[in-house]
Design a protein around this ligand. Sequence first.
Ligand code: HEM
Length: 469
Amino acid sequence: RRPKRFPPGPQPLPIFGNLLQLCLENPMRDLERLRLRYGNVFSLYFGSRPAVILNGTKTIREALVTKGTDFAGRPDELLLSHITQGKGVIMANHGPSWRDHRRFALMTLRNFGLGKQSMEDRILGEVEHVAAELEKSNGKPMNPQLLFHHASCDIICSIMYGKRYEYDNHFFRAMIKMMADCSKIANGAWGMIYDNLPLLRGLPLPFKKVMDDYSCVKRHVKSIVEEHRATRIPKQPRDVIDSYLDQIEKMPKGSVFDEEQLLATLLDLLFAGTDTTSNTICFAVFYLTTHPEIQERCQREIDQVFEEKEMVSFEDKDRMPFMQAVIQESQRFSSTLPLSVYHSTTRDTELQGYQIPKGTLVIQNLSSVLYEEGQWKFPHEFNPDNFFNDQGELQKLEAFMPFSVGPRMCLGEGLARMELFLVLVTLLRRFQFVWPEGAGVPDYTPVFGVTQAPKAFSMVVLPRESQRH
Ligand code: HEM
């Protein structure tokens, strides 16, 4: 039985709670059904653990912004928190270590060129590799998804430790597969089994493999840190690792900065910065391939700006409102992180008349905001007009929150926006993406996970050079 004044929800069963009432492969439809029945704040039992589900712009803003500190914790008894041991930034609970690491990560990303030329150079350099691979397809249908994962991962590696991997590097491919597996498992059925049936945790089931793979990537990153120790010049950081090593030396012994936290933070940035951005690029390219009229409009806008200049830069976005709207609409319509990252309450709190005790698992349903009726002109279709007002001007909308809101919101937003813009503009300028003949009707249903991906698809890539002159 639910405690008094706890948010309402369906009757739980012993041991399983409400798990059997959800499709664990993809619970998004069930969550929408429950929202319609119980309202924007409802609760579910995952096994014996209560969870509060937040829906809609107003509710999520009220919890994560107005009562930001109350809702800024992370749950500590879940697969993801066990994998990372609650260290680093993403799964660290609200407290001094999280705060200082978040500040460090934000500052270091800025110092390594966010908004400055060098970050743009790294991204544009990587796009050249992507373009070369796309050219190799020679007009034959190809699936670009892995290529975009490789590119996003290489960009983040170059920022963290000044190194990019060749796309056929064996370790690199394994690392990318591990991240995709981890994303699929953590929010899916295996993650639910791990989180709610602790007796099964020791068995060789898929979550065990993800944990082993994580340790393997961690060992690799550790060897890179050791290389940095041997070659660095103090106070002259080349990348994020050098900056962190400087930080360890600067702080008194026993501070929150140590080697374990360094490894966890690097892995966080690697994880958080790869699948999120690459899946958004995949979705955007998929939508543009299947909406040729929108693709052509982007290319017309791009061609106009590039009549006067050769290379794209992030500043050009202000002259490309349609391109910006397409990128934002791709983020909205794909809802790349549909349930964000799970939160927990840091103290007993209240929301819309309900009482929520300290330590309660809190899940923000970002899809409920990104498709919310009344917030969007066309909530259920891919349509960049969602971002233009009646005067045809690009507008800021409070329901546009793919990066979440509040004190825990994505700290890589600036980098992600820059990457999405530079990659998509450069590729659209050079190539036309065509839905292959006979490929049938596109299926927009995403593959569910912490990060959603489009279903496997193919496209034909044609060079645009001839059309521009
Ligand atoms: C399109 C790309 C991206 C999207 C849609 C996205 C979205 C998100 C969301 C929804 C969260 C959870 C916020 C919350 O718990 O309320 C998050 C957290 C986070 N993101 Fe991103 N992200 C993206 C790219 C990146 C990149 C490129 C990086 C790093 C370089 C990054 C680093 C992080 C980190 C470290 C956190 C945890 C923040 C904390 O707990 O304080 N993200 N992101």
